[in-house]
Design a protein around this ligand. Structure first.
Ligand code: SF4
Ligand code: MG
Length: 325
């Protein structure tokens, strides 16, 4: 099959002093080989828990309550720590929002890129040549000379390019990009997005791209999963989601972040209201308090994630009426 990553009815809690925090509830979606899937949502929607669950780097108070995370068919929640370490080094890589999380400030970029290749039997000269080639691939000019420099000698945009080069060195099957452009200005953001598209074609890796900007997702991704308060509220192909959004939350996200990232103003309107308290979830639809189309049943009944057409799902009673009548 072409499926690389399968998130299958995943529910994750955090045990806290004030009760269980339901961080993820019944999350289901796939990432196919070589595909770019975007996860969009505000902070608090569960994006960080999802990433740390896939990498099995969760806090000690995490409880995997239900579901599976399968990578190449193997359930990661049942895998040994050793297997996870091997995966994280080679098959699954991550790029963070802040590249300084990746870079060691006291080592040159060249030394750090040698360290990543510690398992390789190649000579040091070959490893440095590979490192320079990767810096070139992400658009760093004069890569041989720049290998001798330290992270602080690069601009923020350059540091993020280097973090991407490092993440791709092992030729992973899956690159997780956790808001990699959020800290950059719009021009640099566009450059990084375009570079990621080229790299995806060159390296044939799948990308799971996390962002709170729907405009960025639209630019880069094949499919998008919209998350709200720890649940999937809509998912589908990017074009379909933009031209035919079916969940009120998705529609509000599009209103707030309408277009092409090259033209967009940096200060965007936000959706009024707050994400509900995950330790004390209301009954009914989780978006109810912020929804201007809420009906009586929305207060008491949780809308199911209906398939509206092939590959397009949404969880809202408004569509449920269409689907079932
Ligand atoms: Fe709004 Fe009701 Fe749909 Fe929830 S189910 S998004 S409250 S209309
Ligand atoms: Mg987060």
């Amino acid at each position: 099959t072409d499926t690389l990553l399968e998130i299958d009815h995943l529910s994750v809690d955090y045990e806290t002093g004030r009760g269980d925090l339901k961080a993820l509830r019944d999350i289901t979606f796939d990432v196919n080989k070589g595909e770019i899937v975007g996860i969009v949502g505000e902070s608090g929607c569960g994006k960080s828990t999802l990433i740390s669950s896939i990498l099995r780097l969760t806090a000690p108070n995490t409880r995997f309550r239900e579901g599976e995370i399968r990578f190449k068919g193997q359930d990661l929640l049942q895998s040994s720590e050793r297997h996870m370490r091997d995966l994280r080094g080679a098959d699954i890589s991550i790029v963070f929002q802040d590249p300084m999380q990746t870079h060691n400030p006291v080592l040159t970029i060249g030394q750090q890129m040698l360290d990543i290749q510690h398992r390789s039997k190649q000579s040091k000269a070959d490893k440095l040549a590979h490192a320079a080639k990767m810096l070139g691939a992400v658009g760093i000019p004069d890569p041989e000379a720049r290998l001798k420099q330290y992270p602080h000698e690069f601009s923020g945009g350059m540091r993020q390019r280097i973090a991407i080069a490092m993440a791709l060195m092992s030729e992973p099957d899956l690159l997780i990009a956790d808001e990699p452009t959020t800290a950059l200005d719009a021009t640099l953001e566009v450059q990084i997005i375009e570079r990621l598209q080229e790299l995806q074609r060159e390296f044939h890796c799948a990308i799971l791209f996390i962002s709170h900007h729907l405009g960025v997702i639209a630019e880069l991704c094949d499919r998008v999963v919209v998350m709200y308060a720890g649940a999937v509220v809509e998912s589908g192909e990017v074009r379909e989601i933009f031209h035919n959004p079916k969940h009120p939350y998705t529609r509000r996200l599009i209103e707030c972040d309408p277009g092409h990232i090259k033209e967009r103003a940096r200060v965007l309107p936000t959706i009024p209201g707050e994400v509900p308290d995950l330790a004390n979830l209301p009954g009914g639809c989780i978006f109810r308090d912020r929804c201007d189309q809420a009906m009586a049943r929305c207060a008491t009944q949780v809308p199911p994630l209906d398939q509206l057409k092939k590959g397009h799902h949404a969880a809202c009673w408004l569509n449920h009426e269409e689907v079932t009548t």
